[in-house]
Write a protein that binds this ligand. Structure first.
Ligand SMILES: *[C@@H]1O[C@H](CO)[C@@H](O)[C@H](O)[C@H]1NC(C)=O
Ligand SMILES: *[C@@H]1O[C@H](CO)[C@@H](O)[C@H](O)[C@H]1NC(C)=O
Ligand SMILES: *[C@@H]1O[C@H](CO)[C@@H](O)[C@H](O)[C@H]1NC(C)=O
Ligand SMILES: *[C@@H]1O[C@H](CO)[C@@H](O)[C@H](O)[C@H]1NC(C)=O
Length: 527
């Protein structure tokens, strides 16, 4: 059996070089409004939760920076679209700033300047044959009646206001925008914004806040989706949801660890997918059971986990035309034990799982992910098996460094290896993936990490008033992949020294060593 696996892996190592991305497979790059636009107080723009928290509490961000000026993309449409054209992407995934379009948060007042900016951006993209792929709420949500919101206007906004806003942008831009995302990353908005508190609005209500927030987001998503089909279906577009999925790899091959890893994926990822993609609808059963039971044990008069009505369950079923997957890396998972310190109650405690990054994995400049390209293939297979192979678009994937160096071999390696596993998921596992998005086109404001973690294919000089952009090696490698539709780990762009020589040699040597060891194994076994 081992022999077979080894032989197959050698076969796939050699074969895999030949896979080409399907002709209709689409490539893009992504940004989000607060991270790149700047112009925080341009004209009549309203204040959003990130404007607010960075101004009143600068130390909320590691380097005490903010997005006031960011990449100044608000004033650089032509320059940015030229960059997209140079890379050769099919689409550009960007987000709308709610407070720029609706300064009061309500549709009673629409900013002409805000609308004009997005009209200009959309028109410039289309004039250059680049499809706009638009996120309506990029972490900018108002789950409750509060005054702080995540990149959205300060004044109070409830679920209805969010749905009104979504309908307003369908009306304003839907003649040209055919690919819509309602919410980006509900888990991060909710757990980090309302439970753990390391993202704006910075609330710390573990085990409660995130669940209510997630509930409201799912309902708002379903309502926005239905609004699209009841009022704007003649626009002929499609509407999806983007969920961040971390793959959970069992720490060992024990049954307990397998169950823990599965519980992790169900409770951190399935939380937002099961209501939409499973046949039964509603939240994952394991999530309801565990949170209900722990709530009772903890003397809560009712479960900390909200429940949907039957009508709501029905309204969520199938309410997404594609699944947007943001994926960066994997965790190792095992069942939590008494020595794992967790806040009680909390989502982590409710999950009963302990997960971490292995020291053996190549670290990124972000403490929350390492380089685990096989995890992308695993999570795509999980989606396929759990939900009947829905259409998936990878809406974010990328690598952080601490500096904006243009020779970024580790980022090149990241894209090459992740895309290789993506090809295998498509061709060997028949996962239904139709597009891929690199995060991000340029270095930008990385939320609580400010400008200390850089994801860009282009570097940005943040000391220069013009925020000069310079292509990194990875941008040329990505361009080459889009053009040739293949991964060539030996490709070296003009003007750069080869950086994958060592890695390519190592791969060849390891393949050789495996062949030798297989050969010896074979000889030992049969003679
Ligand atoms: C906008 O904010 C900047 C600081 O980021 C400040 O210098 C400027 O005066 C503000 N402009 C207006 C019109 O308030
Ligand atoms: C918890 O820590 C104690 C003290 O170090 C140790 O004896 C015990 O085995 C640990 N329990 C588990 C489940 O690892
Ligand atoms: C991929 O998803 C689309 C949209 O849901 C569906 O029509 C198609 O049949 C799926 N393809 C496969 C191979 O399952
Ligand atoms: C920024 O761009 C403007 C317009 O092209 C130019 O006049 C100015 O000198 C530039 N500033 C710097 C610091 O390069």
């Amino acid at each position: 059996m081992k022999l077979l696996v080894l032989l197959l892996s050698i076969l796939s190592l050699t074969n895999s070089q030949e896979y080409s991305f399907p002709d209709d497979f689409l490539f893009g790059v992504a940004t989000a409004s607060y991270q790149v636009e700047g112009a925080w107080n341009e004209s009549d723009k309203g204040e959003n939760i990130w404007d607010h928290i960075t101004h009143v509490n600068p130390s909320f961000v590691i380097d005490e920076s903010n997005g006031d000026y960011a990449c100044d993309s608000f004033h650089r449409i032509a320059e940015d679209v030229q960059i997209l054209k140079d890379i050769g992407v099919n689409f550009y995934r960007f987000s709308l700033s709610w407070s720029r379009i609706l300064p009061t948060g309500h549709i009673n007042y629409v900013s002409d300047v805000g609308v004009e900016y997005y009209n200009n951006l959309i028109d410039e993209l289309i004039a250059n044959d680049i499809t706009p792929f638009v996120t309506i709420f990029h972490w900018d949500i108002t789950p409750f009646v509060t005054i702080f919101h995540w990149d959205l206007p300060q004044p109070l906004l409830e679920l209805g206001a969010r749905v009104d806003y979504a309908a307003k942008v369908f009306e304003l831009f839907g003649d040209r925008v055919k690919n819509w995302i309602t919410f980006n990353e509900p888990y991060q908005i909710c757990e980090q914004g309302y439970s753990i508190g390391d993202l704006a609005p910075g609330y710390t209500q573990q085990g409660i806040g995130g669940y209510l927030c997630g509930h409201t987001i799912l309902l708002a998503h379903a309502q926005a989706y239905q609004r699209y089909y009841s009022e704007f279906s003649e626009q002929g577009g499609r509407v999806g949801l983007v969920v961040h999925g971390v793959w959970g790899e069992p720490e060992t091959d024990s049954e307990e660890d397998a169950a823990a890893a599965e519980a992790f994926v169900q409770m951190f990822f399935g939380w937002f997918l099961h209501p939409i993609y499973s046949d039964d609808g509603d939240y994952p059963p394991i999530m309801k059971e565990q949170i209900d039971a722990l709530s009772a044990e903890q003397n809560f008069p009712r479960s900390r986990f909200p429940t949907f009505t039957e009508a709501q369950i029905e309204s969520l079923k199938g309410a997404s035309d594609f699944l947007g997957l943001n994926h960066y890396g994997a965790y190792l998972c095992r069942a939590a034990n008494e020595n794992d310190s967790t806040v009680i109650p909390s989502h982590w405690h409710d999950s009963g799982v302990y997960c971490y990054l292995s020291d053996e994995w190549e670290a990124s400049a972000s403490d929350w992910f390492s380089v685990t390209p096989w995890g992308l293939r695993s999570i795509l297979n999980w989606i396929k098996d759990a939900y009947g192979n829905p259409e998936v678009i990878v809406t974010e994937n990328g690598f952080t460094t601490t500096t904006g160096d243009v020779v970024d071999c580790r980022r090149v390696n990241y894209y090459n290896t992740y895309l290789q596993y993506l090809l295998e998921a498509i061709y060997e596992d028949e996962c239904n993936v139709t597009g891929y998005t690199a995060w991000s086109v340029m270095d930008n404001f990385e939320w609580q990490f400010g400008y200390t973690a850089k994801f860009g294919l282009y570097s940005v000089d943040f000391d220069d008033e013009n925020r000069t952009r310079t292509p990194k090696m990875s941008s040329y490698v990505y361009k080459n992949i889009i053009e040739t539709r293949q991964i060539d780990t030996t490709y070296t762009p003009d003007g750069f020294d080869s950086c994958d020589a060592d890695a390519a040699t190592a791969l060849t040597i390891s393949a050789l060593l495996i062949s030798i060891s297989v050969g010896l194994h074979f000889i030992a076994h049969y003679f």
